[in-house]
Design a protein around this ligand. Structure first.
Ligand code: 13P
Ligand code: SF4
Length: 299
């Protein structure tokens, strides 16, 4: 299957982009593997004719928004992120009426419709930096309450109001399980994704995006680490650090939607070119503004 995928990629001038949560064998055949910010930049800059996005729908959608001339394929169009939908209809409008200078800051893990209603997008790797750079004092952060409250702690000078969405995968990491790992491995620093609950983040030594966690482990002189994010990052962590050990709190966090990207579905979508990401021009141009602003401010 790997050979067939390579041949099809070359003959069709296609590239494969994969998130760090994709299955190991998919990361292995991908041309680009990274966090959401890196993959959005690659999607915008790519000169390939076809982008095969091995992630979840908001990622494929962002690739299409940023690079409309390309054919964007997803191995399984049903791969979605539940958090991307977690803003009550009408809430943004209500907040805008209440606060005149409001900036709606939208985590990239959101639908194109929510992006359209926002002023700027952010990812976990640039959220605090972008919120600091905005001229607005009042901020409404959507959809993730955990990344939102993490940003609010980093930027105390602003009035940050937070929507009540969350990632079910990261919310399942409990402080109790983490404490158990810490007592089993007292020397291991805890590296956590900001989508984890505040009690987990309070026990962490480093908080950052998937790339941030991977970079931290690579640069550290420590030999073992407790990692609080989806277990797909283990593939890169092990490849970069064959002599270091990585522990995940039980049950190991797993995003079922990310796992819909398999070698079989990658091969079949490259053969058939049938699972294309489509978006109306109105929605695309509306969502492009906050995404482009993020790429500028996040540099
Ligand atoms: P990163 O941008 O840190 O890769 O996170 C994306 C994501 O979906 C986390 O759950
Ligand atoms: Fe969405 Fe959570 Fe899966 Fe990330 S891990 S894609 S936030 S459900």
């Amino acid at each position: 299957m790997k050979n067939q995928i390579q041949q099809l990629k070359q003959s069709k001038n296609a590239v494969i982009l994969a998130h760090y949560y994709a299955p190991d064998d998919v990361q292995d055949i991908a041309d680009y593997v990274g966090d959401s910010f890196y993959l959005a930049k690659i999607a915008k800059e790519s000169t390939a004719d076809i982008l095969v996005f091995c992630g979840v729908s908001f990622m494929g959608e962002s690739a299409k928004i940023l690079n409309p001339g390309k054919k964007v394929l997803m191995p399984d169009l049903s791969a979605d992120c539940p958090m991307a939908h977690m803003v009550k209809p009408g809430l943004i409008e209500k907040m805008r009426k209440k606060y005149e200078d409001l900036a709606v800051v939208c985590y990239i893990n959101s639908t194109a419709d929510l992006k359209c209603q926002s002023d700027v997008c952010v990812t976990s790797s640039n959220a605090a930096k972008i919120v600091k750079a905005l001229p607005n004092q009042n901020i409404f952060f959507i959809p993730d309450r955990n990344l939102g409250s993490y940003v609010a702690r980093q930027v105390p000078e602003k009035n940050i109001m937070i929507n009540d969405g969350y990632c079910p995968v990261h919310a399942a990491v409990s402080a109790e399980h983490l404490r158990r790992e810490k007592s089993a491995h007292p020397d291991a620093p805890v590296l956590s994704h900001p989508e984890c609950e505040p009690e987990v983040l309070a026990l962490s030594d480093y908080i950052g995006s998937t790339s941030g966690i991977i970079d931290y482990a690579r640069a550290s002189s420590k030999q073992e680490f407790i990692v609080c994010t989806e277990q797909g990052v283990r593939f890169r962590l092990r490849a970069d650090n064959p002599d270091k050990r990585f522990y995940f709190p039980h049950p190991h966090p797993c995003c079922p939607d990310m796992k819909l990207n398999t070698l079989e579905t990658v091969l079949s979508v490259l053969e058939q070119e049938d699972r294309t990401v489509e978006i109306s021009e109105d929605l695309r141009t509306g969502a492009l503004l906050p995404l482009d602003r993020m790429l500028k401010l996040g540099k």
